[in-house]
Design a protein around this ligand. Structure first.
Ligand SMILES: [Zn+2]
Length: 123
């Protein structure tokens, strides 16, 4: 290997390094580290289409841990680097319920209807 070949090799690796640096700069994430309140409400609406989600204060009854939870308490988990799909999680530790396990608050007319459907006597 002559000295010219060595220089050529050095230049080539330098070019490759520069190219990688450029790519890294292009793909560096520019998203905010913490999702805003509006983003969470958007996520709730997108991931739980069975409810209207007028605000983060909308309350739900989790039938798994028997707890009233609000949209504010529900955790939006996953979605890091786009490798895992985003999903909603009950705030109670150890509760693995899904949005399908959550009912609307008792004061809602819709829940009264659901309640009637669940009860045999319809009272
Ligand atoms: Zn729960």
């Amino acid at each position: 290997m002559g000295p010219l070949t060595l220089i050529a090799h050095l230049l080539m690796s330098l070019q490759i390094a520069t190219r990688f640096a450029t790519l890294g700069g292009m793909f560096s994430p520019s998203q905010p580290s913490r999702p805003a309140v509006e983003d969470k409400l958007t996520s709730l609406r997108r991931l739980d289409k069975s409810r209207a989600w007028n605000s983060l204060d909308d309350q739900l009854y989790c039938t798994i841990c028997k707890t009233i939870i609000s949209g504010r308490q529900i955790e939006v988990v996953g979605g890091t680097n786009g490798l895992r799909a985003l999903h909603l999680k009950c705030s109670t530790p150890g509760c693995f319920s899904t949005p399908a396990d959550w009912l609307l608050p008792v004061k809602s007319d819709t829940v009264r209807e659901i309640d009637i459907l669940f009860r045999d006597n319809g009272a």
